[in-house]
Design a protein around this ligand. Structure first.
Ligand code: ATP
Length: 361
């Protein structure tokens, strides 16, 4: 099912300002859309409006082209999975999964078939007759998914469903959710503040901040072409380095003059109007290169090294004390206190207008 949000706004009663405003978003049939953003940006509010649990102050919500603003949650053909699984503790796993179908007075045979089918896909057949308190957090989360699945909804809505799990299990469940989505093909809307979940699971990411959509698109677009400085800093780990400076005779020169970078031809076209104007460059930590034998390099002193195994993160400072984070393969030899010259892959520079914060190139 296709979900469309046209100029959606939300103002909570008793609040002066709109929590969300002018939200325009198309979520295509079979898409796995991740709503991403920092705490308080309005993600849950948006999801609850789609679910029908929050009223819509302005705009239109369409399911397959039909306006559903006033349709009751139970009539929206959606299923929601929450962070706090919300399983019934006194019921078995089987009964938890069967509950909504029993309430709908489905035939026993239909209920049984659906529960067994979901249990098979989610690999929870072995503990169908256990109580939620007797199974692990990851298993409980699968039961919560199973309970949503048996209803065969047209849309899955998920609000931080993995945030109560430990890191290893979260990683595992991410892959399981992607597999599940491939198998079922159900349109899904998934809320999280975790960029890794968004990058690994989404077919479309919607990054929000301050009640507005900052960028919507494919994960690689977020990494390769962030719209503005907020998006650029939100996606990628370690965070993209941001350096303020000016364009002088077609060169980028940082405010402290410690860093000079020569843009490639394609970027220069966009940078022409910025001669002598304030520009911020974004440099991903993984795109620095060893500066030996190169021109346009800059000197850094390595302050702290974080060894992560496959990668080594160098927390460095330029001569003028500006912090630069550089990521290198784990087997490269670097030591704290050393001075090194670094260059940068010039085809990978992100240029932003310092005033509007928007992307230039
Ligand atoms: P988090 O990741 O912390 O859950 P979020 O991005 O999901 O954050 P929301 O929960 O949608 O954000 O909240 C957005 C804003 O709306 C917040 O300022 C919050 O205080 C406010 N808000 C949420 N629910 C209500 C409510 N029922 N009444 C009034 N204000 C609310």
């Amino acid at each position: 099912m296709k979900v469309e949000l046209n100029n959606i706004g939300k103002k909570y009663e008793g609040r002066e300002d709109f929590t969300l405003r002018n939200i325009n978003l198309d979520i295509e049939d079979k898409e796995f859309c991740v709503i991403l953003g920092p705490s308080g940006c309005g993600k849950t509010t948006l999801l609850r409006m789609v679910a029908g649990l929050n009223s819509i102050t302005e705009g239109d919500l369409l399911f397959d082209g039909i306006r559903v603003n006033k349709v009751a949650p139970k009539d929206r053909d959606i299923a929601m999975v929450f962070q706090s699984y919300a399983l019934y503790p006194h019921m078995t796993v089987y009964d938890n999964m069967a509950f909504s179908l029993s309430m709908r007075k489905e035939r026993k045979k239909v209920i049984h078939d659906r529960v067994m089918e979901a249990a098979e896909v989610l690999q929870i057949k072995d503990y169908l007759y256990s109580k939620p308190s007797d199974i692990s957090g990851g298993q409980r989360q699968r039961v919560a998914l199973g309970r949503a699945m048996v209803r065969k909804p047209s849309v899955f809505l998920m609000d931080e469903p993995l945030s109560n799990l430990d890191a290893k299990l979260r990683e595992h469940m991410r892959v399981e959710l992607v597999r599940l989505h491939k198998t079922l093909g159900t349109t899904s809307i998934y809320v999280t503040h975790d960029q890794t979940e968004a990058m690994t699971m989404a077919t479309k990411i919607v990054l929000m901040n301050g009640g507005k959509i900052q960028q919507a698109g494919k994960p690689e677009e977020f990494y390769n072409r962030p719209n503005n400085i907020f998006v650029a800093k939100f996606i990628g780990s370690p965070t993209m380095n941001m350096i303020k400076g000016k364009m002088i005779n077609g060169m980028f020169v940082s405010d402290d003059e410690a860093i000079k970078l020569r843009p490639i031809e394609e970027d220069l076209e966009f940078l022409n109007p910025y001669e002598n104007k304030a520009v911020t460059v974004g440099l991903r930590p993984e795109r620095f290169i060893n500066g030996e034998g190169l021109t346009d390099t800059f000197e850094c002193i390595i302050d702290v090294i974080e060894m992560l195994g496959k990668e080594k993160i160098l927390y460095t400072k330029t001569k003028t004390g500006k912090d630069i984070i550089i990521s290198t393969p784990g087997h490269y030899e670097y030591n704290e206190g050393e001075h090194h010259r670094f260059g940068f892959d010039l085809s990978a520079i992100h240029f932003f207008d310092s005033e509007t914060q928007n992307r230039i190139n």
